[in-house]
Design a protein around this ligand. Structure first.
Ligand SMILES: *Cc1c(COP(=O)(O)O)cnc(C)c1O
Length: 379
């Protein structure tokens, strides 16, 4: 099998797996227990929080563990409205966010919050000037993803952070595709809230983080005990948290060479696919993108057909994002770039990760060329 859907999820790294195992078997104590088995679990969580803090340039007290990216995104979006419930609230976001942000915004709108969904250009970039123009006296939060999960486009986060800091408006970024993949310094970028997810950087599924700049308040997500500074009660997922810290430390230690390796795979794929099928379009081609994500639109073939035929050859790619697949609706991200419904449905996403090789990329290119010519021959 060749797995090239790393934007959907990744294989857990050996280091993360080996480190989490003891906490599922021998060291299964509750981190709130006062005997030594509990202390071991508690120390493991402290260590992971430090690893995360170092990786993103934060202080450990600014990190809260969650069940993943969706939870952290929903938490921030909902809470802002709650925290300012006595006043009119306006939120600015983009039209290409993950559904955990967009759907939270839709619910907020039903509850009287005003939301502006900024457009993107044909490369999937939000314009800093558009953010500036959208700001109103009631704007409390801007939520713009760091990099997009379908096309890989990286947003001008530094400029947006600077602008919002000057205006005194809170800034949240969904960095689920970014953390562990490109270097991030949350303080330098003037980010107030940042979300990330372990299973997107070779950690385990079901664990994520919310970074919250020190001094900012957020109502608790879960009520109960004092875990996670009373913000998210419930017995901690110690093994998952350990895996998250290890996987992130490992990813950040190898970030430069990994990024070069992934860019090479993507560049080879683009070059060879264009030679084989000159009519293809690369979405977000003319802008800064994540090193491993590649979104390709074919002129005459359904993305779903390509995906299924590749699956039969043991190759995993996706049509758009994992949360969209299975539905017949075209990707909201691709439509926002200006693609037609037809074009959006003729698109596949290849997302390389640390375990992919040049040999695999070549097999993928070959398989796509062969599958595509079969589909075209039949229409
Ligand atoms: C995967 C993903 C999420 C959701 O993270 P989970 O941990 O799976 O809930 C949110 N945002 C982006 C950009 C993603 O790629």
């Amino acid at each position: 099998m060749i797995y090239a859907d790393n934007a959907a999820t990744t294989k857990i790294s050996d280091v993360a797996f080996e480190n989490m195992l003891p906490f599922l078997r021998e060291e299964y104590g509750n981190a709130s227990s006062q005997y030594s088995l509990g202390t071991k679990a508690r120390r493991a969580i402290v260590r992971s929080r430090q690893q995360v803090a170092v990786a993103i340039g934060a202080d450990p007290s600014e990190i809260t563990f969650t069940s993943g990216g969706s939870e952290a995104n929903s938490w921030v979006l909902r809470s802002i409205a709650e925290a300012y419930c006595s006043e009119a609230v306006h939120i600015i976001t983009s039209s290409i966010e993950h559904h955990s942000v967009l759907n939270a915004c839709h619910v907020l709108e039903q509850n009287g919050v005003e939301v502006t969904y900024l457009p993107v250009d044909s490369n999937g970039c939000v314009s800093v000037n558009d953010v500036k123009l959208a700001i109103k006296p009631t704007t409390k939060l801007v939520s713009i993803m760091f990099a997009n999960n379908e096309i890989g486009t990286i947003q001008p986060i530094e400029e947006i952070g600077k602008l919002l800091n000057e205006k005194g408006i809170l800034f949240h970024t969904d960095a689920v595709q970014t953390v562990g993949h490109i270097p991030i310094d949350v303080h330098g970028l003037q980010i107030d809230f940042l979300t990330a997810s372990a299973h997107k950087f070779n950690g385990a599924k079901g664990t994520g983080i919310l970074y919250k700049r020190s001094g900012l308040k957020l109502p608790p997500l879960v009520f109960g005990g004092e875990q996670e500074q009373g913000l998210r009660a419930g017995t901690e997922n110690v093994a998952g948290i350990v895996a998250l810290g290890c996987a992130l430390e490992e990813s950040v230690a190898n970030i430069t060479e990994m990024s070069e390796m992934l860019s090479d795979l993507v560049q080879i794929t683009i070059k060879r696919l264009k030679e084989a099928i000159p009519e293809i379009c690369i979405n977000g081609e003319d802008t800064k993108r994540l090193p491993g994500i590649l979104s390709v639109t074919f002129p005459y073939a359904s993305g779903e057909a390509i995906m299924h035929l590749l699956d039969m050859k043991g190759i995993c790619v996706s049509t758009s994002s994992a949360c969209n697949s299975g539905k017949d609706t075209p990707s909201h991200v691709l439509l926002a770039l200006g693609l037609t419904e037809q074009q959006a449905k003729s698109t596949i996403r290849i997302s390389y990760g640390r375990y992919n090789t040049i040999d695999e990329a070549e097999k993928i290119i070959e398989a796509i060329s062969s599958v595509y010519s079969k589909i075209v021959a039949n229409i």
